[in-house]
Every structure is written in structure tokens, then in C-alpha cells.
Design a protein around this ligand. Structure first.
Ligand SMILES: Cc1cc2nc3c(=O)[nH]c(=O)nc-3n(C[C@H](O)[C@H](O)[C@H](O)COP(=O)(O)OP(=O)(O)OC[C@H]3O[C@@H](n4cnc5c(N)ncnc54)[C@H](O)[C@@H]3O)c2cc1C
Length: 593
């Protein structure tokens, strides 16, 4: 059932693999979607393993910051040199896997070039600009980043301080940072690597502020890499993770750029300073949360639903993933705390997603804006709801139809989650409306924020559970049962860990909840024998996972000892610090006895 068993493997892990009730290839096929994708994974893996230039001289966790930045720059050049040969240029598709195999869980000096700079050039430039900048971006003629956040302003875009003031006499914008808090802060690759950036600045023309807009800005000399006059730029120092990335700061001192360096697909400034506004205000910021080709085509009808869903998924998924990683780390005891396990790096990598490209609580509050509007429409009998939130207008049952845990599945689970999500949305709505009678709408919103965030979380969890259960229902053969067990475990966990919401108003009885708790333990037992096989089905090679604890062969103890030998501290038996500090201290201690 498992093609991963090899001679010399740890006996316990072999036993686990033999115990599985399904073939892991079938499960991998279900998870990844096609034989072609699995085949491509194997091809890319073999390609990466065949190229010595992708190897690290020592494990990256033993490198200091400068070595990591250097190693990351070396590997990203090697990677992009080789991308065409293996045809892995689709950065948001299989290119992600290719990059992960080479870069591990580190970002690199060109992360923002591909993840933000390129999509912004593609999505926000007019045709003429695209012709000029896209070939240069793709050919790596410069390295770009995306500079929006400021030292004093992240989420609060309306308070950005960097200004781009149009001067019709010269046909230029003047970029300026009027204070310390206006310094751009965080952009990946900005510190030492990037020589161009998309800078988001408040546009002033004809004496009026038109709000934040993106500008293409050269920061450093293309040959010497020295910062241009009027630009102060540098690295912001070490972070929780991503230390291969030189996240940076940037200040402008009346720095001039041509008018046509404003990205003009949507908004425009004409030579005389006349401002042409975009069709839809949010179009100017498509890149920070990746919204669909439809924006590019000017189809904004679905924008609120898509925006609410992407914001909500981003927030709930990144948060739950981070919690899950931490839970797994702790389950490994002391070894989980060691970098050898890879958990510290996996956690640092994943948890950053709770903050960048839309801070999580702020994202939930955006979902809540959409939900409150939908709730208002339902209350006023004018609701035209998309599928995603049609449950808000449904008249659900007053009691859960749950009878036994074994029968509890699919539609009944969804009905119950819909009930709780709907109740929470309308509870938040009622509370908001009550407060709005006593205070300003902004204050009312802030004072209802916790209930609003809860409503958004339930909305997203419902969406996730619905899709999880639906997807599982398409599985065939021996993989169906473990998948159903997993999906139901997910739903049972949501319900039992928030049981108060389900007891409210007698929707569920205590006996029903006890039945579910019992069912939860039964599911855990049923899944136990397939636990290793389920993980194996994700098709992680040791090269990709880069974890001593997660090694395929399960021989973790000898590998931990081997790994530790690579510590720089083990290069000599006696460190100079011993002779400088500890040696004299102990000698003095002995002499006093
Ligand atoms: C690893 C990493 C990489 C990054 N890369 C880039 C990059 O390449 N380019 C770039 O421009 N930026 C980048 N950023 C910056 C990132 O986008 C910001 O950190 C993010 O937008 C949050 O802004 P902030 O840090 O100012 O926090 P804030 O927005 O000030 O948030 C601080 C706290 O205030 C709360 N809060 C904020 N607003 C509200 C509100 N309206 N209501 C209730 N609570 C609120 C938040 O929930 C949070 O708890 C990066 C950040 C990280 C961590």
C-alpha cells in the first residue's frame, strides 16, 4: 500500500505504513488532482536534486544572517537561471513548489519581485507601460519590490504620509517623506537587493490629495547599486523568520520621477495635472489581496463577495494553520523546539501570513462590513444574496437534527453550522444597531468589533466546512473513509470546542453534545492507523520538508546526532570564550577554596 517503505527504515514507521487501509498514491492523486501534477512534482524534484548549485553548503539553520542573505541571493539567481529548463515559471502554480524545493522556507532577495512587483506591473500598468517594464521585469534586468507600509502606518492606508506631488512645469512627480513615520518599512528585498520599487504614495495634483496610488521608482544606480540622490535606504534587521530576506526601509527627499512613472491602467494624471479617477476605488489596490482576472476586465459586480471571501479565508486559514503548527511542535516535546525539527521555521514562515497582505483582524472586520450589509438587506426584505451567504436569509430549524454521531454528516452538519453562523451575524448586527443609537457609527463599530470578528470567523468556517465535505463526497474507493473521518473530525472539533454556541436557545441538547464528543474520540481512533499514511500522501520529499523529525525513513535519533555535529560551536572542542570568561572564573573559584 505504501511505496515509501525501504530496507533500513525505522521499524515503527514501517509498521505504521503497513497498517494503512488505503494506497497512498490514490490519496496523493485525490489531494493534488491529477497524475500529471504528481509526475511534474517528481520531475521537478529530480531536476533540483541533480543540480549541485541548489545545495546549501551547511544547513541554513546554522548560518548567520549575512551568510543566509548571501546564500539566498546565490540560490535565487541559480534558480531563475534554471527555471526555463524545467519550465517552472508559473510562480503561483508549480513554480511555488520548485521554489520551495530550492529556497526551503526562506524568502530571498527576489521574493517581492515575483510575488508583488511583477503582478502590480501586470495588473496596474497601461499598455505602453507594460511594453516598457514587463520585459525588463521578466528578464531580471532589475530587481523590484513593493513599498506600501510605513513605519507609522500599515493597515491604515488613509494615513500614509509619503507624498507624490505633481509638478506640471516639469511633468514630474516629487516623492517626499515628510517625517520619520513616513519611512517605508518592511518591503522584502528593499534593504540591500532591490533597485526599483512600486511605491504607494498619496497623489497630490492641482492642490488636491487624490489618495494613495502606485508609482514605479528607481532607487539605486543600475551599475553601481548606490542609492540615488534623494533616497535613503537600508535593512530593518532580524525578524522572527524570513531572515534571508533583506526587508528594508526607505525615505525620499524631494525625489523626482517622470509623470509616466505613475501606474496608469486605472487612475491617470494628464500632463496639465488633470486627474482621471478609476472606475472603482478598490481597483487601485488589487495586488495586496490577490483578487481575480475579473478586476482586470473591469467586472466589479462580484467584487464585494470575492473581497469578503478572500479576506476571510486569508485570515481564518493563516491563523488556524499557525495554531496547528504550534500544536504539532508541542506534540514533539523538546525536539519540536529544536531547529532540527523544522517546526520553528515552519511556524515563523506561516505566522507571518497573519500580518502581511492584510492584517488578520482587519481582514475579519472587512468581512464583517460585507456581512452587516447583507444582514441589513435581509432585515429589509431586499436581499439578493450570492451563494456564499444565502444561508443568512434561510429560515433554519430551531433544533439540530443530530441523532447519532455515526449518522451525523454532510447536510445536517452544514445546517447546524449555518444556524450558528446566522445567529452570530444577526447578534452582531443587532448589537451594532443598538449602539449606533447611542454613539457615532465609528464608535459603535469599534465597540462591536469582537462580535463582528466572531461573525466573520463563523462565516468562513462554514464556507470551509461546506467545501471540505463537498470535496470529500467526490472521493472514491478506499480513500473515501479516512477522508470522511477527517472532514467529520474537523466539523466535530469546531462544534465541540464552541459548544456554548450550539447550546444557545436549546438548539442542541447536552445529550447531543455528549454524543458528538464520543463521536470525536471514535473518529480519532478510526483515523489513528492511517495517520502516517495520510501525511505520506502529501508527497513531501525530505528535500522539501527539510526536517530531521519528519524524515521519510523515521531514523530520527541518529539523524539528530548527525545534524548537531554541523553546529559551528562543534568545530573546536574549546572555544576562546572559555579562556576569556569561564576558565578564569572557575580558576578563581577553585583558588578560593
Ligand atoms: C514578514 C512581513 C513582510 C512584509 N512585507 C511587506 C512588503 O513587502 N511591503 C509592504 O509594503 N509591507 C510589508 N509588510 C508590512 C505589512 O503589510 C504590515 O505589517 C501589515 O499591513 C500590518 O500593518 P502594521 O504592521 O502597521 O500593523 P497595524 O495595522 O498597525 O496593526 C497593529 C494592530 O492593530 C490592529 N488594528 C489595525 N487596524 C485596526 C482596525 N481598523 N480595527 C481594529 N484593529 C485594528 C491589528 O489587528 C493589529 O492587532 C510585511 C510585514 C511582515 C510581517
Amino acid at each position: 500500500m505504501s511505496n515509501l517503505i525501504q530496507t533500513g527504515d525505522n521499524a515503527d514507521i514501517t509498521k505504521e505504513r503497513r497498517n494503512a487501509t488505503f494506497d497512498i498514491h490514490d490519496m496523493s492523486l485525490f489531494l493534488y488532482g491529477s497524475e500529471e501534477i504528481l509526475k511534474r512534482r517528481k520531475e521537478m524534484l529530480a531536476f533540483v536534486k541533480s543540480k549541485p548549485e541548489f545545495n546549501d553548503p551547511i544547513p541554513t539553520e546554522f548560518m548567520n544572517r549575512e551568510q543566509r542573505v548571501d546564500n539566498g541571493a546565490r540560490k535565487i539567481v541559480a534558480m531563475t537561471d534554471n527555471t526555463d529548463e524545467i519550465d517552472a515559471g508559473d510562480f503561483f502554480g508549480e513554480g511555488m513548489y520548485f521554489q520551495g524545493l530550492i529556497m526551503g522556507r526562506d524568502l530571498h532577495p527576489m521574493s517581492l519581485h515575483y510575488v508583488m512587483f511583477l503582478p502590480t506591473i501586470q495588473g496596474q500598468s497601461d499598455d505602453e507601460q507594460l511594453d516598457e517594464w514587463l520585459p525588463l521585469t521578466i528578464s531580471r534586468s532589475f530587481v523590484g519590490t513593493y513599498a506600501q507600509t510605513e513605519l507609522g502606518h500599515g493597515t491604515n492606508l488613509s494615513k500614509l504620509e509619503t507624498t507624490a506631488t505633481y509638478d506640471p512645469k516639469t511633468g514630474e512627480f516629487v516623492l517626499h517623506s515628510p517625517s520619520i513615520t513616513a519611512a517605508k518599512w518592511w518591503p522584502g528585498g528593499l534593504g540591500k537587493s532591490a533597485n526599483v520599487a512600486i511605491v504607494v504614495a498619496n497623489l497630490y495634483t492641482q492642490g488636491e490629495c487624490k489618495g494613495p496610488h502606485p508609482f514605479f521608482v528607481q532607487l539605486r544606480d543600475y551599475d553601481t547599486h548606490e542609492p540615488l540622490k534623494g533616497i535613503t535606504v537600508g535593512d530593518i534587521g532580524p525578524k522572527l523568520g524570513f531572515n534571508t530576506s533583506d526587508n528594508g526601509f526607505l525615505l525620499f527627499n524631494n525625489f523626482r520621477i517622470p509623470r509616466r512613472n505613475m501606474l496608469m491602467k486605472y487612475a491617470k494624471v494628464l500632463p496639465d495635472g488633470t486627474y482621471i479617477k478609476p472606475q472603482h476605488a478598490k481597483l487601485a489596490f488589487g495586488t495586496m489581496v490577490f483578487v481575480t482576472e475579473q478586476l482586470g476586465e473591469g467586472n466589479t459586480e462580484l467584487l464585494p463577495e470575492i473581497h469578503a471571501l478572500t479576506s476571510g479565508l486569508k485570515s481564518v486559514v493563516s491563523y488556524e494553520v499557525a495554531l496547528g503548527i504550534e500544536q504539532c511542535r508541542m506534540a514533539c516535546g523538546g525536539h519540536g523546539y529544536s531547529q532540527a525539527s523544522a517546526f520553528p521555521e515552519i511556524y515563523a514562515y506561516a505566522v507571518a501570513g497573519c500580518t502581511y497582505e492584510g492584517e488578520n483582524i482587519v481582514m475579519l472586520l472587512q468581512v464583517a462590513r460585507f456581512l452587516m450589509k447583507a444582514a441589513e438587506e435581509v432585515v429589509n426584505g431586499k436581499a439578493k444574496l450570492a451563494d456564499i451567504c444565502a444561508y443568512l436569509a434561510k429560515r433554519g430549524a430551531n433544533k439540530s437534527r443530530l441523532r447519532t454521531a455515526d449518522e451525523y454528516g454532510g447536510d445536517v452538519i452544514i445546517e447546524d453550522l449555518e444556524h450558528v453562523a446566522r445567529n452570530q451575524v444577526f447578534r452582531a448586527y443587532d448589537s451594532l444597531k443598538r449602539k449606533e443609537k447611542e454613539m457615532s457609527s465609528e464608535e459603535a463599530w469599534n465597540k462591536t468589533a469582537i462580535e463582528l470578528c466572531k461573525a466573520s470567523r463563523w462565516h468562513v468556517r462554514l464556507y470551509l466546512a461546506k467545501n471540505f465535505l463537498h470535496k470529500i463526497s467526490t472521493a472514491k474507493g478506499a480513500i473515501r473513509e479516512p477522508l470522511e473521518n477527517l472532514a467529520r473530525l474537523y466539523a466535530f472539533d469546531i462544534i465541540t470546542s464552541s459548544h456554548g454556541e450550539f447550546l444557545r436557545g436549546g438548539f442542541m441538547s447536552e445529550a447531543q453534545l455528549d454524543e458528538l464528543k464520543g463521536g470525536f474520540y471514535t473518529l480519532l481512533e478510526r483515523l489513528r492507523r492511517n495517520a502516517v499514511a495520510i501525511v505520506d500522501s502529501w508527497d513531501f520529499d525530505d528535500k522539501e520538508l527539510h526536517s530531521v523529525l519528519g524524515k521519510r525513513d523515521g531514523n530520527v535519533y541518529s539523524s539528530l546526532l548527525d545534524w548537531a555535529q554541523q553546529s559551528q560551536l562543534n568545530r573546536t572542542q574549546v572555544l576562546p570564550t572559555f579562556n576569556k570568561y569561564l576558565g578564569p572564573m572557575m580558576k578563581e573559584g577553585r583558588s578560593k577554596l
